[in-house]
Design a protein around this ligand. Structure first.
Ligand SMILES: [Zn+2]
Length: 342
């Protein structure tokens, strides 16, 4: 369950590393020792360029990762995300190819338009290096809807030449090879790997169907991670994904959003859905009582991010973070710590 809400009167110490308004890649000297990654989980149309930019300017990440499912082929949202002035990497999800089964030969379909918007920042089967902060992001399979079947086979075959799970695993493995040795490697996928549990509240557990194998992870991602670790001796400190929403179906509570593997790989699910809450009347009244904001100023939203703090090449802290954005104030609304290094 979420911890109690609180209102930070001033900037929380968490956000004090670098004072550049847009931290982006402009703090290389700091970045070598401390890096902040903001994960934006499945968007599902909950995106506002102005408000999310304000929230991110407040959080000052070095890198923003998007786990996909922007909407049902919502090109406008994807274009807005592409316009964001932060270093970023993106993977498209199953909802981003909701209607398009194959690429259109005549006019550009919405999957092509989304891919064009994102360019090289769409990291499917690719590696994107961020040398100033010494981070590399390797993308998994795009359009995944989880489980054993390969979703959107014709798209995968036409664009990436991938026809089955085995080829997909090898493409992910290949993308990771050559990662600079001193870089922190993050795998970014729409859905997590198999092997992390089959209970309905497990990080990739089916919460809508009971009785059968409930592990809804991606077998190719699991295979690729094994190949990289066992054959190529690649260290994978962080795997970030979404798709499996935090709130479980049928009111069954909440999902485990983090797993620390036996070899210290951290698997992080960022799919807090919906990621935006409108500031309710009750909260507005309490703010009025405190004299902090007038009711008109209090009109705003709280927006979810998962923050990953990396220190000296290791994950130091991960927190589900809600940022309140009103007309003239941006504040930390809530922080729930998911992981802290011992
Ligand atoms: Zn999805």
């Amino acid at each position: 369950m979420l911890s109690a809400w609180f209102h930070a009167p001033t900037i929380f110490p968490l956000f004090s590393y670098c004072l550049n308004p847009k931290r982006n890649l402009s703090c290389p000297s700091m970045a070598a020792s401390s890096i902040r990654i903001a994960v934006v989980g499945d968007v599902h149309d909950c995106w506002n360029f102005e408000q999310d930019s304000k929230a991110l300017e407040f959080l000052k990440p070095d890198l923003v990762l998007f786990t996909g499912d922007f909407g049902d082929e919502n090109v406008e949202v994807v274009q807005s995300v592409a316009n964001l002035e932060f270093a970023k990497a993106v993977i498209l999800g199953n909802h981003d190819s909701w209607f398009t089964r194959q690429f259109s030969g005549r006019e550009k379909d919405k999957v092509q338009l989304q891919l064009e918007c994102l360019g090289k920042e769409h990291v499917a089967y690719q590696r994107l290096d961020f040398p100033l902060i010494k981070v590399s992001v390797v993308g998994g399979r795009p359009f995944s809807h989880g489980g054993k079947p390969l979703f959107r086979k014709k798209l995968l075959s036409a664009r990436y030449g991938v026809k089955d799970m085995d080829e997909s695993a090898k493409r992910i493995q290949k993308a990771a090879l050559g990662t600079p040795e001193d870089h922190f490697l993050v795998i970014l996928a729409h859905n997590g790997p198999t092997g992390l549990g089959s209970a309905l509240n497990d990080i990739c557990g089916k919460d809508w169907e009971f009785g059968s194998d409930g592990d809804h992870g991606d077998p190719d991602l699991s295979h690729a991670i094994s190949l990289l670790k066992e054959n190529n001796h690649v260290s994978i400190p962080l795997v970030v994904f979404g798709h499996m929403h935090k709130e479980l179906a049928y009111g069954n509570g909440f999902r485990k959003m983090i797993v620390v593997g036996a070899d210290n790989t951290i698997f992080l699910n960022g799919a807090i859905v919906p990621r935006v809450k409108t500031l309710g009347d009750e909260e507005k009244r309490s703010l009025d009582d405190l004299g902090a904001l007038s009711s008109s100023e209090a009109k705003g939203t709280t927006r979810a991010f998962t923050l990953v703090e990396i220190s000296e090449g290791r994950v130091a802290k991960i927190a589900e973070t809600w940022v309140s954005v009103t007309e003239d104030q941006t504040t930390l609304e809530e922080e729930k710590i998911l992981f802290e290094a011992s």
